[in-house]
Design a protein. Sequence first.
Lengths: 429, 300
Amino acid sequence: MTSSAWKRTLAASLLAATALATSAVTGRAADITLRALMEDVPETRIIEALLPEFTEKTGIKVEFEKIGYPDMHDKLVTQLVSAESAYNLLEVDFLWAGEFPAANWLVDLKPMADASKFDTAPFIPSMLDLLGRTADKMPLVPMYNYSMGLIYRTDLISDEKLKAAYKQETGKDLALPQTLEDYVAIAKFMKAKAGVEGAAMQGQRGDPNAMEFSNYLFSAGGRYLNDDRTVALDSPEARKALDLYVDNIKNGAQQGALSATLDDTLRLMCSGKAFSMVTYWWMLPQIDDAKACPAAAGKVALSVMPGGHGESGGWGWGIPANVPEDQQKAAWTFIQWVQSKEIAVKRALQGHAPVRSDVFADPAVLAKYPFYKTAEAVVASGKSFPIFTYSAEFENVLGTQISTAASGGTSTDEAVKASAAGLKDLMSR
Amino acid sequence: MKARAHYDREWRTGWAFAAPGLALLAVVMGFPLAYSVLMAISSLTLLKPGLFPLVGLDNFATLFSDRLFWGALLLTIRYSAVTVIGEFVLGLAIALMLKRAVRMRPVYFGLLTIPMAMSPISVALIWKMLLQPNLGIVNHLLETAGLPRVDWLGNADLALSTMAFVDIWQQTSFVVLLLAAGLAALPQEPYEAAEVDGASAFQQFIYITLPMLRPVAGIAIIIQLINEFRTYDLPYVLTRGGPGTSTEVLSYFAYRKAFLGLSLNQGAAAAFCLLVIILALTVVFFLRLERAEAAGRNAP
């Protein structure tokens, strides 16, 4: 073989090797498909619409399996206890932020964040804390918040005839309620006099009624835990909150409230047949949508829960410990992308519930959604459901007691006592 | 001596043929069963995924001291009794009508199998929409007829009955098919003799049809009892065991313990109690079946 032939062969070999290596690298990225179990809510659909952008940028495909919230925990747990999870990207509710890390099902994201210089400073600190962030660990990166407030009908509350009737009946002005008692009184009045349900309530046992009741509890000045994490639920404030909750279920809410979920309340509010709902603040753009909800659009507004505090919640992104490392890396790439300011703003312009303060302050976002100022106040004033290993079970214990009290099976006093005892028992395990 | 060798050969051949099937059964049925028993006496939770140390009957003791367990058990018995009676009475009535139907009988049978062919989850979802108190079609029809709306699933006094109704709607067709087959197999001679003796149709039903149908009816009842004791899909979709605990049947209780309470061991213990009940019913079922076969063999 001549010298030039050698050179040609060597060059060809190098070229082939480079091509092979390149194709192997890009091939690996293209081979990875991130699969996540997602709650079937607007936030998921907003992100889903942006996924082609991510795939184009990284070559990593992402698939969302969308289901209702009640089925998510079981499906995730089944995968997380198996040898290898079918989901390599996790959407984790804050209620599981005690349980999942305690069971060692999640990868600690702090080393990944440090290595990739992922800046957590713009994230609202309470959202990071809600999802189990400590000085040494970060099991989850905040995805979106679901703090709860009051969505109400502006046309009904400013209706002159209703105002006069309310004044005559109660001696008070019909206005945005400032206390829980006022809210329940107005809801009952609306049901009796305005030809609509006073409150669209999600009273189904479990997560729906436990979340809804938490707003009543915080609104009445009650709390689940003291600062030293001892149980504070057995209190006069909790009794007052439950009395008012039961009163509203019986006299202010729609028929069937005890079996209703979030979807039911949304449909009812959307149909224009309800005055109010205590719900997640990002429900407002869904209801205030002339296409989807013509009967209610333009007639709804959001406020902080009467009493000044509502339930604060949020979802986070996590990575399962039982998936291969290359998939974990791909999941981290996705998390960084989806929570970057650029994408978070794009999401916010479609109705995303931000977890970054710089997104709440973004001029484009505020120009499109002026109510994000109120939303920020809802998030800032929110209080949290107790987060510990058995939060999901406590939701069920509390939900059962609330439901039993609301259906007349026990007194509110007994229900509060039993809930407090249940919380104490679960926290001591 | 020769006979003995022949017997041994047959015995070995028999086992050789049965062995693959038995091995398969041991893997797909024996192992999960044994593992679930082990779980029920273990300290296994979702947070501590290890079976050891074994805790004996502690999980059962915890379970038996839980009033919700007894509530769920009693509710399951009540629910099963109501649904099985409903399915049987309705099923027998339809089977008798179908026996008399001359035209389009295959069409009726075809229609009857539709609910049976649907998965319980789909049935529950469909009925959940139909019974939705504010936007569901059932209440809309009631209102159109001038009747008040009913809170089908949100009323603690009504929720279990509503769930039982949905169950009866789906399961009755199976009972119909079973009883219709039983009715078709009944001999005609006793009826002809009764006609000659001047017995009325009602008397024929009470004194001929029911006694002769007893073996098939018994089997239908026991199969449905087993089915109803296992009911899980309906409360899961329709009510999540609520309002309060008014629809929390034992299988849902076991699920709740295992997956919400994270106590797989207690969930397994509750499921084991359910298994014992179902096993007892199955034994009754086979004893009945055997007796029915013996009665058939001894019939003149």
